[in-house]
Every structure is written in structure tokens, then in C-alpha cells.
Design a protein around this ligand. Structure first.
Ligand SMILES: *[C@@H]1O[C@H](CO)[C@@H](O)[C@H](O)[C@H]1NC(C)=O
Ligand SMILES: *[C@@H]1O[C@H](CO)[C@@H](O)[C@H](O)[C@H]1NC(C)=O
Ligand SMILES: *[C@@H]1O[C@H](CO)[C@@H](O)[C@H](O)[C@H]1NC(C)=O
Ligand SMILES: *[C@@H]1O[C@H](CO)[C@@H](O)[C@H](O)[C@H]1NC(C)=O
Ligand SMILES: *[C@@H]1O[C@H](CO)[C@@H](O)[C@H](O)[C@H]1NC(C)=O
Ligand SMILES: *[C@@H]1O[C@H](CO)[C@@H](O)[C@H](O)[C@H]1NC(C)=O
Ligand SMILES: *[C@@H]1O[C@H](CO)[C@@H](O)[C@H](O)[C@H]1NC(C)=O
Length: 337
């Protein structure tokens, strides 16, 4: 025999390696097809130049693409795309809906992305996290979002969305956070927003055109983060507070809110409280001195009156945090006479 047993074994090993080499692509062919379609539909932007048909989409080389390695399905489950350098304006391609294993969709900082949020995303039946921010997207917040029962977080901040807030979003069973900051959303906060599931902890609607009163039903919410600043909300916001709530941040700044602050019971973990530029009256609640974590605080430009309670962190804040009220006095402002 001219061929030794050893070299035969080696040949077999080499053959096996070559075979597995060609089969070693982890990317699911349907996912690759959908990604390449998505790229083409956006005019092959330079940001996605690492998406090449002859390479593995599960390879870290592919910008913004992650495959499920935990459960070894290797389906594309996260798409994390920012600063797409689009040559002109494009809509979100409907080919996105063929990435049917997506758990997270993150599309941001792409002003040339315009048009409406496509209804095809309703077909992403495993989607938990939807972030589409800092784009030129316009139109309404889609009503079909309330059909996406797996959704945990919806962040559509810093777009050009208009219309009103969809009341039906409160029926999403797994929803934990909603963010629609900095759009052109008008109308009032729906009464139904008092009935989010108990998992719901963050609502941020700042920099819109919201009007009307804060619904009394919102008393039921127990939020960690709430930001309603820079709208035109009116009336009583005292229902948002409560001593047994978990709130760390409450921002109501720059609205038309008008209520007696003196009777408000403050959540004990409150770290940031901003109610500046409203029409809030009454005294500062004595409970403010008991807030151990309070580190940002501004009640300026309201109609508050009386002595600033002495103690806690209240004397550590700048005078400007208290300025322009009806008759607040005492440290750090001049003493009451
Ligand atoms: C893996 O499967 C488990 C159980 O079905 C699921 O909870 C988890 O989210 C999956 N992980 C990924 C990354 O899809
Ligand atoms: C964006 O695209 C243009 C041409 O389409 C190119 O000249 C430029 O270098 C690209 N910028 C980045 C950051 O990729
Ligand atoms: C989804 O994939 C199928 C099969 O490849 C294709 O026929 C269909 O056009 C795709 N849909 C979209 C919206 O791209
Ligand atoms: C969802 O997918 C199905 C099957 O691929 C398709 O017929 C339907 O038009 C899609 N829905 C949307 C809203 O794109
Ligand atoms: C927002 O949309 C309006 C009309 O829908 C349009 O006139 C305006 O230019 C858009 N603004 C931006 C920053 O895209
Ligand atoms: C708010 O939630 C926290 C824990 O997440 C809980 O301890 C507290 O009792 C809740 N408060 C109310 C008023 O539901
Ligand atoms: C409080 O708000 C007022 C009004 O917007 C602002 O001028 C001042 O600098 C703020 N003070 C602090 C400490 O944030």
C-alpha cells in the first residue's frame, strides 16, 4: 500500500473539515434573505456594507445583527441599527417582517427614514423591544401596536409623530414602558392609561402637545419614571404622587398644572422632582425633608408660598430651584420676616 493508514485518516479528517467548513454557516437562509432585502430596500447604505451574501450573518462582522446563540436556534433575534447613512429618504422596508424571530428592533438616528411605521411589523410575533427613535417618521402612533402582545417596551421618541395617544395600548399584558417624547402628539392622556398591567413602570411623554387634565385614573399607576414635561397639561397632578409609590423620577415641568402642593404625599425613594413653570400653589410639603435620595429638585416659577421646610436635602439646592414663586421664604431664599 502506497498510502499509510495514518495518511488515510488524515485525508478523512481534512475531508470532514472541508465539509463542515462549508456547512458551518449558522445564519438561517430566510433571515439572511430578509436582511439583504432590507439592505437593498434602503438603497444599500454604506453603514450596512458588512452585510455580504457570501458571509455568515451570525458572524459579529455583520453590523447590528445578533443571532440566538442561547437556545442555539441561530435565528436573527436582535437588529440594532443606528446612523444609517441613507442617500435620500426611504420608508422602513416591509421586508423587516420576514425577520420573524426578532426579539429586539432598534432603529435610531436616521433622519432620512420617513413615512409611517409600517403595519408589517405586526408580523413580528416575538418582538419584545421596539425602539424607533430620532428618525423622520411621521403619521400616527399605530393602533396595531396593541395587537403585539409580546411587547415589553415601546420607544418612539424623537420622531415626527402626530395624532393622539392610542387608548388601547394599556391592554398590552407585558408592557413595562412607553416613551413618546419629542413628537407632535396632541389631545389628552387617555383615561385607560390608569389600567396598565402591574408590570408597567415607565411613562415618558415629554415635549409634545398634550392638553387637558391628567385623568384621575392615573392614581392607580405605580411608576418608577414619569416625565410629562413640556406639554400643555392642566389641572390637578396630585393623583400622580403617593407615599407608597415606587417613583424615583417625576418631571411635570413646563405645563399649566394648578393644584395644592401642600397636601401631596411624596414617594420616599424620589430622587428627581421637577415641577417648575406651572401654576402650582400652596406650601411645600413637610415630607420633602424626609426624602433621603432627593438630588435634583426644581419648583421655580409657580405660585408656592410659605416657609421652605428646613432639613433633609432642601437647603443644599440652589436658590434658583425655588425662585419666582408667590412667597416662598427661608433658606436658601431670604428668611421669612
Ligand atoms: C430561549 O428559550 C427560552 C425558553 O423558551 C426563552 O425564554 C428565551 O427567551 C430564549 N432565548 C432567546 C435568546 O431567544
Ligand atoms: C455616507 O454616504 C456617502 C455617499 O453615499 C459617503 O460619501 C460617506 O462617506 C458616507 N458616510 C459614512 C459615515 O459612511
Ligand atoms: C418574505 O419572504 C418571502 C419568501 O422569501 C417573500 O416571498 C416575501 O416577498 C417576503 N416579504 C416581504 C414583505 O419582503
Ligand atoms: C403578515 O404576514 C402574512 C404572511 O406572510 C401576510 O400575508 C400579511 O400580509 C402580513 N401582514 C402585514 C400587516 O404585513
Ligand atoms: C414633520 O412632518 C410635517 C408634516 O407631516 C412636515 O411638514 C415637517 O417637515 C416634518 N418635520 C421633520 C423634522 O421631518
Ligand atoms: C409600588 O410598587 C412597589 C414595588 O414595586 C411596592 O412595594 C409598592 O407597594 C407599590 N405601591 C403601590 C401604591 O402600589
Ligand atoms: C430651575 O428652573 C429654572 C426655570 O427653568 C431655571 O432657571 C433654574 O436654573 C433651575 N435651577 C436648577 C438648580 O435647576
Amino acid at each position: 500500500m502506497w498510502m499509510s493508514r495514518l495518511s488515510m485518516v488524515l485525508l478523512i479528517v481534512i475531508f470532514a473539515l472541508t465539509l463542515t467548513g462549508s456547512l458551518s454557516e449558522l445564519c438561517n437562509p430566510q433571515d439572511k434573505k430578509a436582511l439583504l432585502e432590507f439592505k437593498k430596500d434602503l438603497g444599500n447604505p454604506t453603514t450596512l456594507s458588512s452585510w455580504q451574501p457570501n458571509t455568515d450573518c451570525c458572524d459579529p462582522e455583520w453590523y447590528g445583527v445578533l443571532c440566538d446563540t442561547d437556545n442555539k436556534t441561530y435565528r436573527v433575534n436582535q437588529l440594532y441599527v443606528t446612523d444609517l447613512n441613507l442617500s435620500h429618504t426611504y420608508h422602513i422596508p416591509s421586508s423587516i417582517s420576514n425577520l420573524s424571530y426578532l426579539n429586539l428592533l432598534y432603529l435610531t438616528t436616521t433622519p432620512n427614514l420617513v413615512g409611517q411605521i409600517p403595519s408589517s411589523i405586526v408580523n413580528l410575533t416575538k418582538l419584545h423591544y421596539l425602539y424607533i427613535t430620532r428618525t423622520g417618521l411621521s403619521g400616527h402612533i399605530p393602533r396595531f401596536l396593541s395587537q403585539m402582545k409580546t411587547i415589553v417596551t415601546i420607544d418612539l421618541s424623537y420622531n415626527n409623530l402626530s395624532g393622539t395617544l392610542p387608548p388601547s395600548l394599556s391592554s398590552l399584558p407585558n408592557l413595562q414602558g412607553l416613551a413618546f417624547d419629542c413628537n407632535r402628539i396632541k389631545g389628552s392622556i387617555p383615561v385607560s392609561y390608569g389600567s396598565f398591567s402591574a408590570k408597567f413602570t415607565a411613562l415618558t411623554l415629554s415635549r409634545n402637545r398634550l392638553t387637558g387634565e391628567i385623568p384621575a385614573t392615573l392614581a392607580k399607576l405605580n411608576l418608577t419614571f414619569m416625565d410629562l414635561s413640556l406639554n400643555k397639561l392642566e389641572g390637578d397632578a396630585s393623583v400622580l404622587f403617593g407615599k407608597d409609590k415606587n417613583t424615583q423620577e417625576m418631571n411635570l415641568a413646563k405645563n399649566l398644572l394648578e393644584f395644592d402642593f401642600g397636601n401631596v404625599e411624596l414617594p420616599k425613594d424620589l430622587e428627581r422632582l421637577d415641577i417648575r413653570n406651572n401654576r402650582i400653589y400652596g406650601t411645600l410639603p413637610a415630607g420633602l425633608t424626609a426624602l433621603k435620595y432627593l438630588s435634583r429638585f426644581n419648583v421655580s416659577y409657580n405660585n408656592l408660598c410659605g416657609e421652605i421646610p428646613q432639613g433633609g436635602n432642601l437647603q443644599k439646592f440652589d436658590k434658583s430651584s425655588y425662585a419666582h414663586n408667590e412667597c416662598l421664604c427661608g433658606s436658601p431664599l431670604p428668611s421669612c420676616t
